[in-house]
Design a protein around this ligand. Sequence first.
Ligand code: ATP
Ligand code: MG
Length: 409
Amino acid sequence: MKAEIVSVGTELLLGEVSDTNAAYLASQLALLGAEVHFITAVDDSMDRLGEVLTRAWGRSDMIVVTGGLGPTQDDLTREAVACLLGEEMQVSQPLLQNLKDMFAAIGRTMSDSNIKQATLIPSAQSLANPRGTAPGWWVERDGRLLITLPGPPPEMQRMWQMEVLPRLQARTQGQALVLRTLKCFGLTEAEAGEVAGSAGDWANPSLGIYARADGIHLRMSARAASQDEAASIIAAAEARLRSVLAGHIWGTDEDSPEAAVGRLLVERELTLATMESCTGGLLGSLITDVPGSSAYYRGGLVAYANEAKVSFGVEPRLIERHGAVSRQAAEAMAEAARQRLGADVGLSTTGVAGPEGAEGKAPGLAYVAVSGALGRECIEGRYPPLRFDMKRRVAIQALLLLRRRLLAR
Ligand code: ATP
Ligand code: MG
């Protein structure tokens, strides 16, 4: 199915509001197996909106429009759709009553300008919006589908989940789609692509490869007549991928390194402390994103300057000899954090975040280390020297090192 998204609103074209609705809908449509060929943002102009809708109607099977359903004169989506299809907008008495009830419930009277929010055209069914005043439209005609959704993201997302998805799923019955994502670390996107390519052709399931902060994601999507059949196609493909990517896969679907580490620490009844240099607290931030992390995370020391590392218990001579960005410093930091904070396991990060080098070392070099109840280990890594990216990757690498040690125990 060829799909297309239209985001309506002058605020989008002025750069005041980012078009997050289109991103949300694009990812939702991809999950349904629809091919999104166009995303267009257009201002609140009848002419230009009409032009965009006419083109979309001519080339796509499904058009999802967000925004422009408000009560004001510059909210023109309904008018533009009615004009596109040559149909007349009529007030729906049940919708009007519903709108009046909503205003009464908050102690207000409805103004006349809201009446147009209670209109439909003959080809449209209404989509309920309990979070706002603008119902959406589900329009089916000439083998095409057009859906209008409100602009505010909470209203739009609720309507998509509760009103649109069930209707779409009912239309695609007899066609099941199963998705599975394998998450890898320590490979480039190109390497992952080559290795995966050697493990079969990827017609069904299809395979998408994406570089993310926590590594490379390989997403398989299988289609079949039934859910069971699609699931078994995925299972076979997953086994093939696992056999070629074995050591690199750290998780699936919704897994995150911090949640995986949290589960394992709880299971093994171990506590954790961190000392961070180049990640500047990001590691501690990720760890505490997990609900219940207080059960195992004692806390973290952000020791950016060498003096700070020393004051937390790292030997000054060790830094003088090897530098703060070294295997020795990383291990000493992990051990010092563990001791200072009375934890079973210490985890550390140290690196040159750039853009300049330091200690005669190139930007992008980093070490992560673990020390304590899981033994001692340090990993050296070289990362793209972009500060923000590198901090995330080093923090993730530290978590994945910890995860591996926990699994080995
Ligand atoms: P209503 O007027 O009933 O709130 P509407 O359908 O007319 O709904 P808009 O007026 O177009 O919606 O948008 C309302 C607000 O929703 C915007 O100011 C903006 O903050 C947000 N919004 C609109 N479109 C988008 C979009 N594509 N992505 C993210 N936010 C959006
Ligand atoms: Mg608007």
